[in-house]
Design a protein around this ligand. Structure first.
Ligand SMILES: [Ca+2]
Length: 188
């Protein structure tokens, strides 16, 4: 959820979202998602319900791990990347797509926002499963290009799907047109 920043025309190194191919589909439900169990400090939490004290979660090769800080999540992901087997490396993005709960990448004045990082490519991933449906207010793509969709499983219009290349970022979700609307992502 974005808290309102002063509208002073802040631009934050991001490219505007490029308009991709339009899809014509009926509106679909954007449910709260299915139960998604993550590891967090030796315990498990259900991200579709409550992140608790977790602030940064990594969705990686079917393993979901959460941390109190983005730095810890980055360190863990780097460790895992080094030990991944060749087969496991397929469909894997060495630097993830990062979704931020607040504008300006959760930096000041809203440093307490959550971050959800996706490492796996090749299929639509629904944000409601991670308690992140309609909450993204800024993003960074990593080593993989990504498509964004307004509804689950790549569906949705107004806005229609957009394609974002690798190594892009946007602190205001296309000038706000995508703020708190993102429901599914596809990494290539
Ligand atoms: Ca949505």
């Amino acid at each position: 959820m974005q808290r309102i920043l002063a509208r002073t025309g802040i631009t934050l190194g991001g490219l505007a979202l490029a308009v991709g191919s339009a899809t014509v589909m009926a509106p679909t439900a954007q449910s709260a998602g299915t139960s998604t169990i993550a590891r967090f400090e030796g315990k498990t939490i259900d991200l579709s319900e409550d992140w608790g004290a977790a602030k940064a979660c990594n969705v990686q090769q079917g393993v979901i791990e959460c941390f109190r800080t983005a730095e810890k999540s980055d360190a863990r992901a780097a460790q895992q990347a080094k030990t991944a087997s060749p087969s496991a490396a397929l469909g894997y993005c060495s630097t993830p797509l990062r979704l931020y709960e607040h504008a300006n990448f959760n930096l000041s004045p809203f440093p307490e926002g959550r971050i959800l990082s996706f490492y796996d490519s090749g299929y639509w991933q629904n944000l409601g499963d991670y308690g992140f449906n309609d909450q993204t207010s800024s993003y960074r793509t990593g080593s993989c290009a990504t498509s964004f969709a307004k509804d689950n499983d790549g569906r949705g219009t107004n806005p229609s799907n957009v394609f974002v290349g690798a190594w892009q970022s946007d602190g205001r979700m296309g000038g706000g047109t995508w703020n708190d609307l993102l429901s599914s992502v596809y990494l290539y």
